[in-house]
Design a protein around this ligand. Structure first.
Ligand SMILES: NC(=O)c1ccc[n+]([C@@H]2O[C@H](COP(=O)([O-])OP(=O)(O)OC[C@H]3O[C@@H](n4cnc5c(N)ncnc54)[C@H](OP(=O)(O)O)[C@@H]3O)[C@@H](O)[C@H]2O)c1
Length: 362
């Protein structure tokens, strides 16, 4: 369905994975394409497929190592020299690197990763955003990650680069709010691409449960087209990870991520996951319980009724979230799941008791 004939999307990292799937969606919608990555042979072949399958009018291939100095400026200059107007910019190209920061990982690779994931993405955005603003029209999609909001031992620098991408994108959303230019952050959970192999993380537990890059690209594409600020593809489970990352103590999130990033298989360690899950739950319950308790103590009779209701909802939500987390991390051990649920129930009582204690004092 050629709905956007004549418009151009520039996609970095279009030679594989999520970027390739995104390029396909633009091609299907009738966009002309500028495809950027190092593997220009792959991009050439992809361009031919798009022309024959979807009647794509114009495909421009730019073979470029985007981890090098001023790579973004060079891409921009090439696009300008060809007289192409970029209507949509997709900053997808990115790499990860696995290992302990102090002793395992190589600084040169880390530097190149920071250059690609952070510097090039920022400069690409700066150059093309300026032109979009002068036309007061355009869209940008930045590939962040669920790791953008979760400290991730063993992928510490990668997670740091993605935290930057997310934070940077959120700031620009505000700066652009009175314009017709939109910017969207895509935050996928682990996805079935070559990413983990290239990062040296192919045998980690996090790769046990990966999502489909076609689904991720479609969710990102739809959010971009709708001008949404961010999208976490993958439904309720990933949404609960997102919420957990916001509300749980960062140390607890880091422990959970450390566990997921460890090498597999390790059935004994998997049992330990349940305790991490409910420790996080305790953290949330205690913090939320204290906050509710304090608010309760200062409130009048009507508000107290509201707080009692909130405490009950908190306890119910907590029970559900813990069940979901436990479900995910301890999927093979049903009895551990039951234990976790029982502990969630304990927490329910604890949260309610806290409110009652404050009530007794007040
Ligand atoms: N897979 C996941 O679990 C996951 C989860 C969250 C976020 N993400 C993010 O999604 C994006 C795409 O990753 P993916 O999973 O689709 O991985 P992928 O299949 O490995 O794709 C990475 C793309 O980036 C390009 N690229 C890598 N280094 C480059 C460089 N120096 N210069 C130019 N292009 C370069 C690659 O092309 P060439 O090799 O041809 O250069 C390829 O097209 C990344 O930003 C990643 O951080 C991935």
């Amino acid at each position: 369905m050629n709905t956007e004939t004549g418009k151009t999307a520039l996609i970095t990292g279009a030679s594989s994975g999520i970027g390739q799937e995104l390029a396909k969606l633009f091609a299907q919608d009738g966009y002309n394409l500028v495809l950027v990555a190092r593997s220009d042979d792959k991009l050439d072949r992809l361009g031919e497929v798009f022309k024959s399958n979807y009647g794509t009018q114009q495909v421009t291939v730019i073979g470029k190592d985007l981890s090098t100095e001023d790579a973004a400026q060079d891409v921009y200059n090439q696009v300008k020299a060809k007289g192409i107007t970029v209507d949509v910019l997709v900053n997808d190209a990115g790499v990860g690197l696995y290992g302990l920061f102090a002793t395992d990982t190589d600084w040169e690779r880390e530097k190149a990763m920071i250059h690609l994931n952070v510097l090039t993405l920022t400069q690409m955005t700066k150059l093309f955003l300026y032109d979009m603003l002068s036309r007061n029209e355009g869209k940008i999609l930045n590939l962040a990650s669920l790791l953008s909001i979760a400290p991730s031992p063993l992928m510490a620098v990668y997670a740091g680069t993605k935290a930057y991408v997310y934070n940077f994108t959120q700031s620009l959303i505000n700066e652009l709010k009175d314009t017709n230019v939109t910017i969207t952050a895509l935050l996928p959970n682990a996805t079935d691409t070559d990413f983990f192999n290239k990062a040296g993380a192919e045998n980690t537990k996090v790769t046990d449960e990966v999502q489909d890059p076609v689904m991720v690209a479609q969710a990102g594409y739809d959010a971009l087209m709708a001008g949404k600020h961010k999208i976490v593809p993958g439904g309720f489970k990933n949404k609960s990870y997102e919420i957990l990352s916001y509300v749980a103590p960062q140390e607890a999130v880091a422990s959970m991520m450390r566990n997921k990033m460890e090498q597999k298989p390790d059935p004994v360690a998997e049992k330990d996951d349940s305790s991490i899950a409910w420790e996080i739950g305790i953290g949330i319950a205690v913090v939320a319980g204290i906050a509710l308790g304090l608010a309760y103590a200062k409130s009048d009779a009507i508000d107290r009724a509201k707080y009692r209701y909130k405490a009950k909802s908190l306890a119910d939500t907590l029970s559900d979230t813990l069940s979901s987390v436990a479900d995910n991390v301890v999927s093979s051990v049903l009895d551990t799941y039951k234990t976790t649920k029982a502990k969630a129930r304990e927490l329910t009582n604890r949260a309610e008791e806290e409110v009652e204690e404050v009530e007794a004092i007040a």
